[in-house]
Ligand binder design. Sequence first.
Ligand code: C2E
Ligand code: MG
Ligand code: MG
Ligand code: MG
Length: 288
Amino acid sequence: ESKNKGRNTYTFFNTELAEYASSRLDTEIALRDALNNNEFELFYQPQICLKTCMVVGVEALLRWKRTGGQFVSPAVFIPLAEEINIISDITNWVMDTAAKQAVAWHDRLHMWVPIAVNLSGKDIHRDLPQRLKKVQYDNDIDPKTLVLEVTEGSIINNIDVAIETLEEVREQGYSVALDDFGTGFSSLHYLSKFPIDKLKIDKSFVDNIASSPKSAAVTAAIVQVGQCLELKIVAEGVEDLQQLQVLRAMGCNIAQGYYYSKPLPADDCLQFIEREKLANQPPSLDAM
Ligand code: C2E
Ligand code: MG
Ligand code: MG
Ligand code: MG
């Protein structure tokens, strides 16, 4: 009886494992074809200045819609794409698509909307400046329009090359944001060495900011350190007004989250920008 039970459990476990393995392989095969099959789309989430309440940029977030219509989360397919070494092709597509979007919006708004793209650790290598040059020349963009989001983990793993690479892309005119700050290594020593322009406070801090005085204290300290380093501070995952008010009182510069908007398809995002108005809007726009 107990022997049988054991065997059943074992069989069950094996089946689960086999199903997992086959779905992973299935996903992997589909992912290899996703670029060619045009299954990727960028969604854009607005970032709002807490002083002026105007849109100061957007973050491009990758969406994969598999044949059949099923959406797969980037949290699932990005690590897989890194593993099977197709991430640099995907990042090239993301950078190029964001650049094309910036041009399209420039035609409409007569302004460059800063678009942040997420880089993988594998992108932060010596060829990145050259890849960006290609994006710039292919699309004729102002480099100011692209912001590169990197995580602590992706810098720490090859710190010397990463720092040199990011310094070079900043000299080209791109800006760099440190994403998910507070979840990784988080050494203040490293923070002062990273060549970055913006610090994005991770959602996990923002989540508890209104309910936990300790979370609020840590977040306030992060904001202050960031300001001492002359970084713009962006709060991620802001979902309600209370969080927003606490962040504003702390001196946080920019907020991004469902409170304002979920990530949107490009056309919907343009509508949001037009409704909420873009910062530094030239007067000529009002006459249109
Ligand atoms: P991330 O760069 O930290 O992006 C923020 C994530 O938080 C996004 O999830 C966004 O949709 C979500 N988010 C924003 N505001 C809120 C909020 O108020 N509440 C909640 N619950 N969530 C919010 P998403 O789009 O699923 O992306 C997950 C992660 O996948 C990203 O985290 C980023 O690390 C990665 N990723 C997305 N697109 C790309 C890409 O093009 N390239 C690379 N390498 N990674 C990407
Ligand atoms: Mg990001
Ligand atoms: Mg983030
Ligand atoms: Mg995050």
